[in-house]
Design a protein around this ligand. Structure first.
Ligand SMILES: *[C@@H]1O[C@H](CO)[C@@H](O)[C@H](O)[C@H]1NC(C)=O
Ligand SMILES: *[C@@H]1O[C@H](CO)[C@@H](O)[C@H](O)[C@H]1NC(C)=O
Ligand SMILES: *[C@@H]1O[C@H](CO)[C@@H](O)[C@H](O)[C@H]1NC(C)=O
Ligand SMILES: *[C@@H]1O[C@H](CO)[C@@H](O)[C@H](O)[C@H]1NC(C)=O
Ligand SMILES: [Zn+2]
Length: 423
């Protein structure tokens, strides 16, 4: 066939199917390398809109939100890290219970829908692609979910959680947030305490991906210096392009490259344009800038759908990813680079995390406990043997048993639902 015939045939097909040549190229690329997205807050919406009662809703077609099965399929999304986020207001209260409930609702969806499959390893992730399933990966967003307990962290791992962001918008007793919204657990100089270092090591040992989106730069730097495995920013963009504290500055990107980690670009308009509105070309500017600083091997996509209020024109829901890939092709990104952005970079990082776990197989679980002075939590009980020196069998840890500590009062005063733009 001559080149001319080819062109005529292609144009004819485009005309018949309503696809441009460019769209067809994206379709072929994304069919071969379907997306693994780093962050989606579907579970938060299920709690807010349906109180987690999912028996009567149809996830194929969810008109109230940006995420459903039909649009996942249209967007060539093969795997999604789903956040099991609970609000910072639950810190030192019932954060652990609430996190369990968010894990429960996502695991139930995986049994209710043939389209979904819970995956906990790169092997299962690859199999789920063969099976044409949409893979669910569970990810804790904020160290407050483990209530400063390594045993709790390990039990979350047993339930399938494979990633944890060390903070959300609140500091934990052991790590620092990029946000100054909450006043408690503020520190001058210790962005990762000795317990925080134990959390990092235990996550390395377990094979859990460390997520630095939402941490302060100081905490991110301390973790990058300490972690034996690559880390991710699951939903953050470039600070140079948009100077929001949730974004990553170039000097940290350099450290991330040395760590062989991954930044998964967040689409939220506020983090793209630093304004309420944005468009696809501005999102592509973040990709171009990050590639210029650290190359295409450390970039991915972490949309933050369901976790924020406004998304760029043309990128409003989970069916729209192809439009971004088309824009990047137009900007001379190679298909090989885009294959990495779509999924190969994430698979490489997750595999490296698993290899570190395998190397540490002989190390026992850490028995490090946080000191009682470091956790300002009136809800913590210390269980004692009934016979021990006449003490009651259960006593409160803090001496001021009946008084609420100052941080606790501040916590209680925080409105339960934060504005979503903080997520
Ligand atoms: C999705 O649901 C809406 C109403 O909620 C309906 O109008 C529409 O036809 C449905 N689409 C599909 C593909 O089922
Ligand atoms: C996916 O495929 C693997 C093997 O390729 C199989 O073990 C697994 O059960 C499959 N899962 C589903 C949901 O079909
Ligand atoms: C930070 O704190 C550590 C002890 O926790 C101390 O050794 C170090 O000098 C402090 N650094 C600064 C800059 O204050
Ligand atoms: C995106 O917005 C910028 C700034 O407003 C504008 O210059 C550009 O033309 C827009 N691009 C598209 C594709 O709409
Ligand atoms: Zn977030």
């Amino acid at each position: 066939m001559s080149q001319l015939q080819c062109i005529i045939l292609l144009s004819l097909c485009s005309w018949i199917y309503g696809h441009s040549e460019e769209e067809e190229k994206v379709r072929v690329l994304m069919s071969q390398y379907p997306l693994i997205d780093g962050h989606n807050d579907l579970a938060l919406q299920l709690r807010k809109l349906y109180n987690n009662n999912v028996n009567k809703i149809d996830l194929h077609n969810m008109s109230k939100i940006a995420t459903d099965i039909n649009r996942f399929r249209a967007g060539h999304v093969q795997a999604q890290m789903f956040s099991v986020y609970v609000l910072c207001g639950a810190q030192e209260k019932d954060a652990v219970r609430l996190t369990l409930e968010q894990i429960d609702v996502l695991r139930r969806l995986c049994t209710m829908y043939k389209d979904f499959e819970l995956v906990t390893s790169t092997k299962e992730l690859r199999n789920s692609h063969q099976n044409r399933s949409i893979a669910f990966m569970l990810s804790i967003e904020g160290g407050h979910s483990i209530d400063s307990s390594l045993p709790a962290l390990r039990m979350f791992y047993q339930l399938g959680v494979r990633s944890m962001a060390l903070t959300h918008t609140c500091n934990t007793p052991w790590a620092e947030s990029s946000s100054k919204l909450y006043k408690f657990y503020q520190r001058k100089n210790d962005s990762l305490t000795s317990f925080g270092r134990a959390v990092v090591k235990e996550m390395n040992r377990l094979g859990m991906i460390i997520d630095l989106s939402h941490t302060s730069w100081g905490t991110a730097q301390a973790v990058l210096d300490l972690s034996k495995a690559p880390v991710i920013f699951s939903h953050s963009s470039s600070y140079t392009v948009c100077g929001n504290g949730r974004n990553v500055p170039d000097w940290l990107l350099e450290k991330l490259k040395n760590n062989q980690g991954l930044i998964m670009v967040n689409f939220h308009s506020n983090f793209i344009s630093c304004k309420k509105k944005a468009n696809i070309s501005m999102v592509a500017d973040h990709f171009d800038h990050i590639k210029r600083i650290i190359g295409a091997d450390s970039i991915g996509i972490g949309s933050d759908f369901e976790g924020a209020e406004s998304f760029p024109q043309g990128l409003e829901d989970v069916s729209k990813y192809p439009a971004l890939i088309q824009e990047l092709l137009r900007r001379n990104w190679s298909e090989q680079e885009l294959a990495k952005v779509l999924r190969l970079n994430f698979l490489r990082v997750f595999e490296a995390v698993e290899m570190v776990r395998d190397k540490m197989i002989k190390e026992p679980p850490s028995e490090m406990q946080i000191s009682t002075e470091e956790v300002l939590n009136p809800c913590r009980l210390e269980l004692r043997h009934p016979g021990s020196a006449g003490h009651p069998s259960v006593s409160r840890v803090s001496s001021d048993q009946n008084q609420l500590s100052v941080p606790h009062i501040i916590l209680s005063a925080v409105p339960l639902l934060l504005t979503l733009s903080l997520l």
